[in-house]
Each structure stands twice: as C-alpha cells, then as structure tokens.
Design a protein around this ligand. Sequence first.
Ligand code: RB5
Length: 145
Amino acid sequence: MRFAIGCDHAGLALKRLLAERLQALGHQVQDLGTDSAASCDYPDFAEAVARAVAGGTADQGLLICGTGIGMSIAANKVPGVRAAVVSDTFSARSTRQHNDANVLCLGERVVGAGLALDILDAWLGATYEGGRHQRRVDKITALEG
Ligand code: RB5
C-alpha cells in the first residue's frame, strides 16, 4: 500500500519508528514532513497528508502529533478523508472495519512505542467490511456537502 505520512515536532520520533515498520512490511512511504524537532503547526502536515489520500496519490495516511487530536480534526476537513485518532488496538481494527477510516492518527504523548506499533499492526490487519456499514459511511460522505 502507498502511505502518506506526516507529523509535527511532537510526533517526529514516533513517525520515524512507524515509517520504518511500514517500509519493513513492504509498504511505500511518502513522508510529507516535518523533518525536524523545531516547533511547527500540525494543520500544515495534516492538510498535506489528507490531500494526498483524497487525491489518490496515497492509499492511506498516517499522522502523528502530541495527542493525534489536532491532526484528526484538521485532516477531517478535507472531503474524502475519514481520519481516526485511536489509542488502542480494538479501535484501530474497528475503525478500518466499520468506518473505512483512511487516515490513522496517533498521539506520541499518549501511546508508547510498543502500543503504537501494535495499533499500526491492528490497522493494517483489518479490512473494511462494507455491507451495513456502507450506508453509514455514505451518510458521513453526504455531510461533506
Ligand atoms: C503541540 O504542542 C501539540 O499541541 C500538538 O502536537 C497536538 O497535540 C495538537 O493536537
């Protein structure tokens, strides 16, 4: 799969760790920044990743900030994006299966490295189930106007 990934200064270390995992698993990784620990604004990177996913140059996105929350709020402003911030493996699996989430958001100040790796594995191991969920996802899409 083609992943677009991004972070702010508070998510840099975890982004690098998860990028390594994605590449080790054979996924393509397009890193849209930030690349330094200097303070920066998470919406800039959320937008870049969200537009890559919505525009089809990436299949899925990964965004990391301190909490994952700011990234998810910003990414969800881009039509076609269903960004989910999660901090447990059940939610990671469920949001792929039920919501067809296409951007995974994590908080480096919330989850440790080991849990983040497990969350990524749960996300990657799950597939969208469609069926009754499609009607609901369609209603989310309709909210985009
Ligand atoms: C940066 O201090 C922090 O606000 C940001 O990484 C993120 O947690 C926002 O949601």
